[in-house]
Structures are given as structure tokens and as C-alpha cells.
Design a protein around this ligand. Structure first.
Ligand SMILES: Cc1cc2nc3c(=O)[nH]c(=O)nc-3n(C[C@H](O)[C@H](O)[C@H](O)COP(=O)(O)OP(=O)(O)OC[C@H]3O[C@@H](n4cnc5c(N)ncnc54)[C@H](O)[C@@H]3O)c2cc1C
Length: 389
């Protein structure tokens, strides 16, 4: 008996198109060749060399979704996810540099920028300019809309006053998306997104944080003291910055999911290689069933996390609702990353605890996934709200 199929069967989520596979493999090969030798030094010095950043631009991963007409890759959000995953497998600090550039800054410019803004900024972002996304403040993290940075109209321009904290890429960036409130009495309806350039008067990049993990990625304070911003540098509409923030972060957290599955894959790669080599009781420790089961469980959890991340990204690219799925992928993949990196440290034994081996760094790096772009509690709140109303 033959079965008639009116439609092609649905494709497996993790099946990549030829183009996606080539892209992912080329990014991973680059990371293995160009980034891996620098990982320890970048972590110790808390710095990404300029030469490496130049190579990331040449590779095309700094403008993945910038339309070809503006010199970018003209690719999908899913491609950004693949790039962040492949880079984070080697170094999650480089993963987040590329993630913020693509899933937050370029994403917001493509989506909310008018023709003039796109023309002025997108070609630069694809060519040589790094972006940063500045929402959080010392007193407003989870409650981001309680921000105290203000913008007022002065001499036909906007004048920004206040401080932002924890801003990724701030040391390297030349363009900053900055959220400020133009009418605090209107509450979140006063929040507006501005495009601030490094050279604007009244703007300074302040203290750089000394961090537990992703140490090479810069995280700095931003200071605005009557910082003058031209009217044409409002991103989206005045008073609609809350929409820019919410919608970009909903997408951005899929990128953090990608960073976390990349990190977990990197930790698993190291654990597999090491347990095959390390001998105790006269045989490789990978031959002990207890170790095999630990590795099998880690691989299973990673596969589940990857399915959540890919599904959320593919939903987003096919313009279907993805809010719950994005929150689920971030919370789950960040927890899996922490567990897999912790297992890798355990399987390396004493060598897992020292800096001569790569896994203690991944363990430190994993922690951030549960904090930025919405803490785990905030992700659970988003999921519960969808379920319970
Ligand atoms: C390395 C790094 C890079 C970052 N990069 C950026 C960036 O580029 N741009 C940017 O704008 N921000 C950035 N951030 C800021 C980050 O998004 C915030 O730190 C995060 O949102 C948490 O805010 P908070 O630190 O003020 O913690 P808080 O909001 O004070 O939270 C503290 C604890 O309280 C819990 N909590 C708070 N409210 C609730 C609630 N309603 N229900 C239950 N629990 C709650 C939280 O889950 C958390 O466990 C970065 C932070 C770090 C550490």
C-alpha cells in the first residue's frame, strides 16, 4: 500500500540548509583557527585585540542581517544564531560581542530605523563600526523602565543626562542605542531610543567592570552630561522606545540562548576529548560507565536546549509568535550551559580547577546567561504570564 502525501514532510529543526551549514562551518573553522589560540590571553587581559575584531568584520559576522544593498550579509536572524553559537563554542566573550552587534543593535536599526537612519548607520555597522545597547542603570535592571536617564529638547536638539551601567561592547563601540525618558510623568510612555555616537559632546564611556566571566567582553558605565543628540538620531518614534526595547530584547534573548548552547558544546567537546585520553585504574576514564552516563546526559540536555533555541529563531524568522519560546530557550540553555560546564570541570578533576586547562573559564562564563537580557526569574515571569494570563 502506498501513502499519498499532499505536502512534503516537515524538516527536522536542526537540519541546516546547505547555505546555513557552510556559514556555520566557516564561522567555527575561523573560531578554531583565529580565536582559540587567544582565549586565555584575552581572558587574563580582559581585552579583545583590535586585529581580531577587524577579522570578524572581514569574515562578515558583524553585519549578518544588514541588507546586501548596505554592504551586509543580507542573511537571516537564524544565521546570527548560528554564528553566535559557533563562536561561543570557542569563546563566549566573542560570542556576545557578535550577538549584541547583530541581534540587538543591527536588529533594532533594521526594524526601527527610518530610511535616513538606515542609510547613515547600516553600511558602517557592516564595515567597521561596533554597536552597543544601553538600557540598564544602577537602579534599574529588571525594572528597566524605572530608568532615570532623561532627555529634554534644547536648541533644536535632544540633551541627554544620566548614567547607564553594564553596557556590553562599550569600550569598542562607536554607536550606542541609548534609552532615556523624555517625559517621566508619562511613565514608560516617555521612553525614547536615541543613537549616540562616541564623539558626541557630553558623552563619556566610564569605568570598565572587572568580571567573573566573559572577561574579554567589555562592560562599562556610560555617562551623559547634557549630551547633545540631533533630532534625526531618534530611533523609532519619540515615546515609543519602550517598544524598541521590549521587542529587541525578546529577540536578543534567543541570541543569548545561542551563546549558551555554543558554550555547552565547547565544554562537552573538551570533556569528551579529555576523558578519552586521561587514564586511571589502567584505562581511559571514558571507559567507566558512570562517566559515559554523565556525558550522555549532558549531550541529551544540550540537544534539548539546541532544539529550543533553533525553534525560537526559526519561529522569529517565519514571523510567528515566539515570546514564550524565546524565554524558555534562554532559561533552559543557560541552565544547561552551567551544568555541562560544571560537569566538564568535574571530569577534568584537579586539572579542571586550574587555568592551564580551558574548562574553568567556560564554567565562569556560563553564569552570565542567567543574568543578562532578563534574569531567569524574569524569563519565568514572562512564561507564566503567557500561561496564566
Ligand atoms: C556582563 C554584563 C553585561 C551586560 N550587558 C548589558 C548591555 O549591554 N546593555 C544593558 O542595557 N544591560 C546590560 N547588562 C545588565 C543586565 O541586563 C542586568 O544586570 C540584568 O537585567 C539584571 O538587572 P540587575 O543587575 O539590576 O538585577 P536586579 O534587577 O536588581 O535583580 C536582582 C535579583 O532580583 C531578582 N528579581 C528582580 N525583580 C524580580 C521580580 N519581579 N520577580 C522575581 N525576581 C526578581 C532577579 O531575578 C535577580 O535574581 C549586563 C549585565 C552584565 C552583568
Amino acid at each position: 500500500m502506498t501513502t499519498q502525501h499532499s505536502e512534503l514532510p516537515a524538516q527536522p529543526l536542526t537540519r541546516l540548509s546547505e547555505d546555513e551549514q557552510l556559514f556555520r562551518d566557516s564561522v567555527y573553522e575561523f573560531a578554531d583557527r583565529e580565536i582559540r589560540p587567544l582565549v586565555r590571553e584575552m581572558d587574563e587581559q580582559a581585552k579583545i585585540p583590535k586585529a581580531l575584531i577587524d577579522k570578524l568584520f572581514d569574515l562578515g559576522v558583524m553585519g549578518i542581517e544588514v541588507p546586501d544593498s548596505f554592504g551586509g550579509g543580507g542573511a537571516s536572524f537564524f544565521h546570527s544564531v548560528l554564528a553566535v553559537e559557533a563562536l561561543s563554542r570557542v569563546d563566549p566573550s566573542i560570542g556576545v560581542l557578535v550577538d549584541v552587534q547583530n541581534t540587538l543593535v543591527i536588529n533594532a536599526l533594521v526594524r526601527w530605523g527610518n530610511e535616513d537612519v538606515r542609510k547613515r548607520y547600516l553600511p558602517k555597522m557592516a564595515a567597521d563600526t561596533i554597536g552597543a545597547y544601553a538600557l540598564s542603570e544602577a537602579g534599574s535592571g529588571s525594572d528597566a523602565f524605572a530608568m532615570t536617564t532623561r532627555a529634554a529638547e534644547r536648541d533644536g536638539e535632544w540633551a541627554l543626562t544620566g548614567r547607564k551601567l553594564w553596557i556590553t561592547n562599550a569600550n569598542e563601540a562607536d554607536v550606542f542605542i541609548v534609552f532615556a525618558n523624555v517625559s517621566p510623568e508619562a511613565g514608560y510612555r516617555g521612553i525614547t531610543a536615541f543613537l549616540v555616537e562616541r564623539g558626541f559632546s557630553g558623552f563619556t564611556v566610564g569605568k570598565k567592570e572587572d568580571k567573573l566571566g566573559i572577561r574579554a567582553s567589555s562592560t562599562c558605565e556610560l555617562l551623559f552630561d547634557d549630551c547633545r543628540v540631533p533630532r534625526a538620531n531618534v530611533l523609532g518614534e519619540v515615546g515609543k522606545g519602550y517598544k524598541v526595547a521590549i521587542e529587541t530584547l525578546n529577540e536578543g534573548r534567543i541570541g543569548i540562548g545561542a551563546q549558551m548552547i555554543g558554550l555547552a558544546q565547547g565544554a562537552l567537546d573538551h570533556a569528551i576529548a579529555y576523558t578519552r585520553e586521561r587514564k586511571q585504574f589502567g584505562k581511559a576514564i571514558a571507559e567507566f560507565q558512570a562517566v559515559q552516563h554523565q556525558i550522555a546526559r549532558a549531550a541529551t540536555e544540550l540537544e534539548a536546549a539546541r532544539l529550543l533555541v533553533y525553534n525560537a529563531a526559526r519561529l522569529r524568522d517565519s514571523r510567528q509568535p515566539f515570546l514564550t519560546e524565546a524565554a524558555m530557550c534562554k532559561i533552559f540553555s543557560s541552565e544547561v550551559a552551567e551544568r555541562v560546564a560544571s560537569l566538564a570541570v568535574n571530569l577534568f578533576g584537579g586539572y579542571g580547577f586550574v587555568k592551564d586547562y580551558p574548562v574553568e573559564k567556560l564554567y565562569r562564563d556560563a553564569k552570565i546567561g542567567q543574568i543578562y537580557e532578563g534574569t531567569s526569574n524574569l524569563q519565568l515571569q514572562t512564561i507564566a504570564k503567557q500561561l496564566l494570563g
